[in-house]
Design a protein around this ligand. Structure first.
Ligand SMILES: [Zn+2]
Length: 494
């Protein structure tokens, strides 16, 4: 997750405050929030938070942060709209910035400059701290370097490393050379050659992609139907901000679509990660009134697979193909391009900005390492910054220290739970649980999530009758189950 703090003796400024999402490795974890302990410790000198763009890994933690600390959030139009619905209790905290204007946050100067990414109104941030110029890049696919940064005096560059690994492992074909208009051309070709309904899904915030598929559909004489709350929300915001011309007039409703033949319809639908509560999932399962995916239809999955979501996506793809639907993914045709710059663009940005120091950000460790290698080739002094690490830039040296960093796990009901509970959940998910109970002098046992034979359960109950107390019974149960079955379930006594 992304949360960076720039700090001087008298001022501090946060850039982004995101969340990470749980995956199969962390049962019952919905999202993972940053540890706000350090922020609370420096609250007196905090001047604000700059939100570079509206993706959840950059803004998902802001609502929780505002519930414990009252600070202004500065951001662009699209992100402000997204945040407004998330922080209903603190609407006045969200403030709009004007790009390319300099703002003063205590002793820190900051200027937002536009970058190209897969969501509208994405900004990098140029900072001036104690006379040193710092460029903090948002996620970005490409950058038109603004003139005010072309002065060859950049002290530190923080750069999006997410897609950097393609520099080393793959050659030209994986460099970021394709554009959204290339994707739109491919979408048009697919839609033109489809004989049934077309279902198109991507991340709802990818407005440029939506614009591409809307234009492609219209060019093929098809009507466009929006399905799913995330897509509806994006259409609402793009209409309010006039990002896509006359967007609402160009759509038809789900009820109206029933009167059109299948070959005249394109459904733009939420759920590109196969989420079980999404509109796409419900349509594929046949659980939706008025919208159905039938034999001969086409499904376009126009997004990358977020690691951890493979099995959900594979499940909807398999079900669709089994039902006679043609499924097209990024591996088949150019229906998706990355919103993150790959090797060639990263190298160009680093060499043109020519920073003294360089820190790769946003990616996993392997991405940061690959990005660091590019920066080293460009002559920068590189530091890798992991969660909970503080770098102190002094006149002639850079000191490294650590600060409290225990991520907070949030369950599906929005409630935090601690690591001990998580350990138990992981134990149960892997090994199951055995519950033992004593009635009179006799013991009873029940296993859940672990297959124990009738003989083992009976033997266990007999063995436990020799236990002196509850603790010893639990200990003996663990020993007996392991010896007889090889399993190590969580054992509890009630
Ligand atoms: Zn992003």
């Amino acid at each position: 997750m992304n949360l960076y703090i720039y700090e001087t003796d008298d001022s501090a400024l946060i850039v982004d405050c995101g969340v990470m999402f749980g995956d199969g490795c962390l049962p019952a974890v919905d999202i993972i929030l940053p540890d706000f302990t350090y922020i609370q410790n420096i609250r007196d000198k905090l001047k604000g938070l700059l939100a570079t763009h509206g993706h959840e890994d950059h803004i998902g933690g802001i609502a929780r942060l505002l519930s414990i600390i009252d600070i202004p959030i500065y951001t662009g139009r699209f992100t402000k709209e997204l945040l407004s619905s998330k922080v209903k209790d603190h609407p006045k905290n969200i403030k709009l910035i004007a790009p390319l204007e300099e703002y003063l946050f205590g002793s820190i100067k900051a200027t937002f400059f536009p970058v190209l990414h897969s969501i509208p109104d994405t900004y990098g941030v140029a900072l001036e701290i104690e006379g040193k110029r710092i460029v903090h890049m948002s996620d970005f696919a490409s950058l038109d370097i603004p003139n005010f940064l072309k002065r060859d005096d950049i002290y530190l560059l923080m750069l999006d490393s997410t897609n950097s690994i393609h520099t080393e492992d793959f050659k030209d074909e994986y460099y970021h050379i394709k554009t959204e208009s290339d994707v739109a051309d491919v979408l048009k070709d697919i839609i033109k050659n489809s004989t049934g309904k077309v279902f198109f899904t991507t991340f709802a915030s990818n407005v440029e992609r939506l614009k591409g598929v809307i234009e492609a559909s219209e060019a093929c004489g098809r009507k466009i139907v929006i399905v799913g709350s995330a897509m509806e929300k994006t259409i609402e915001i793009t209409s309010r901000l006039a990002i896509i011309d006359n967007i609402k007039e160009r759509l038809i409703g789900i009820k109206t679509a029933v009167d059109y033949p299948p070959e005249k319809l394109v459904y733009i639908i939420s759920g590109c990660q196969g989420e079980y509560n999404s509109a796409l999932y419900s349509v594929i399962k046949g659980e939706r009134n008025l919208v159905s995916m039938d034999r001969g239809d086409t499904l376009i999955l126009s997004s990358r697979i977020i690691p951890g979501n493979e099995r959900w996506i594979n499940s909807i793809v398999n079900k669709s193909i089994r039902d006679g639907v043609t499924v097209i993914q990024a591996a088949d045709r150019l229906v998706h391009i990355s919103g993150h710059a790959a090797g060639r663009e990263l190298e160009r940005v680093i060499s043109e900005l020519n920073p003294k120091y360089f820190i790769p950000i946003h990616g996993e460790y392997r991405h940061m390492k690959a990005c660091a290698a590019i920066a080293q080739r460009c002559g920068a002094i590189v530091h890798i910054l992991e969660s909970g690490v503080c770098l102190e830039f002094l006149e002639d040296e850079v000191n490294r220290s650590t600060f409290p960093n225990t991520p907070v796990f949030i369950d599906n009901y929005g409630k935090p739970f601690n690591n001990l509970v998580l350990d138990e959940l992981q134990h149960i998910s892997k090994e199951g649980i055995v519950i033992i109970a004593k009635k009179g002098k006799r013991y009873f046992a029940k296993s859940i999530g672990v297959m124990l034979s009738k003989g083992v359960i009976q033997g266990l109950c007999t063995t436990l009758s020799n236990s002196k107390n509850a603790d010893e019974a639990v200990k003996n149960a663990k020993k007996y189950i392991k010896k007889k079955s090889g399993h190590r379930p969580l054992v509890i006594k009630i």
